[in-house]
Design a protein around this ligand. Structure first.
Ligand SMILES: NC(=O)C[C@H](N)C(=O)O
Length: 264
């Protein structure tokens, strides 16, 4: 199957930091992960929020989509479900590196400042895809923002905020300040603009600008339309992203960067 895939990864130390192992810690020094996956053909969706002991929360989100009658499971219920279907329970997702960063960080607002107004943001991985039949899908996974309150759920697992996919328009995965993204339902807002005729880039830029003006939030999004138009846009200082379309790889980190390589 021919497939276009776009990925954003808004962290920088690829081998040091990840969404499960090495995710940012909450105020009590624990990992709590949020994740969503959505199928644009049927609007089937699975999400998990505040899960503590699952190394790959997006696999659990997918199981929620495929094996339950629900859209989202949280915390203890999500862990019980994981155990029941044989998804491995991880003992400890806290890394030494993240523990040190957490010890030196003082509060959630400082975390927000450091994540989204400097080059040190990390912790969210997202993907959107389009196949040759015009089916789109999205997935987003995150540890959130350092020093978040216990039980805080960000945008990532919330349908229409951290991600959305609909074959009638396209798929979006978002990153950035979760509380801002939630207030403007960023993923759905971007698709709304596309439904009104905007290109993927124009829709993402207009929506991110609106989020900046309306709630002073920074973020980024990767977008693919069901016709193959795509975008990677951000108002944070940087966002690592990559796309593959017709055997051409594009990637970038800083604003206006677009490195291109033919793969075959
Ligand atoms: N790095 C991120 O994208 C954080 C995520 N959006 C959250 O607020 O939970």
């Amino acid at each position: 199957m021919k497939c276009d895939i776009f990925v954003h990864v808004d962290f920088q130390n690829w081998n040091l930091s990840w969404v499960g192992h090495g995710a940012v810690l909450n105020i009590d020094g624990e990992v709590e992960l949020d994740s969503i996956i959505m199928d644009g053909e049927t609007l089937a969706t699975g999400a998990v929020a505040s899960v503590r002991n699952i190394a790959n929360p997006v696999s659990l989100a997918r199981a929620v989509m495929e094996k339950t009658d629900h859209v989202m499971l949280t915390d203890r219920g999500a862990s019980m479900f994981a155990e029941r279907i044989g998804i491995p329970i991880a003992d400890d997702l806290v890394t030494e590196l993240e523990r040190k960063d957490w010890e030196q960080s003082s509060s959630f607002p400082v975390g927000v400042e450091k994540f989204f107004n400097t080059q040190w943001g990390h912790d969210t991985v997202g993907a959107v895809a389009l196949d040759s039949l015009g089916n789109v899908a999205c997935a987003t996974s995150t540890g959130g923002i350092r020093n978040k309150m216990v039980g805080r759920v960000g945008d990532s697992p919330i349908i229409g905020s951290g991600g959305y996919a609909d074959n009638r328009s396209g798929a979006v995965s978002c990153t950035g300040h979760g509380e801002s993204i939630l207030k403007v339902t960023l993923a759905r807002l971007i698709l709304f603009h596309m439904e009104q005729g905007k290109s993927a880039t124009a829709a993402a830029e207009a929506s991110l600008q609106y989020m900046g003006e309306r709630v002073k939030g920074c973020g980024g999004a990767i977008v693919v339309s069901s016709t193959g138009d795509w975008a990677a846009s951000f108002t944070t200082p940087c966002m690592a992203w990559a796309s593959i379309k017709e055997d051409v790889l594009h990637c970038g980190l800083n604003p206006k960067e677009d490195f291109t390589e033919r793969l075959k």
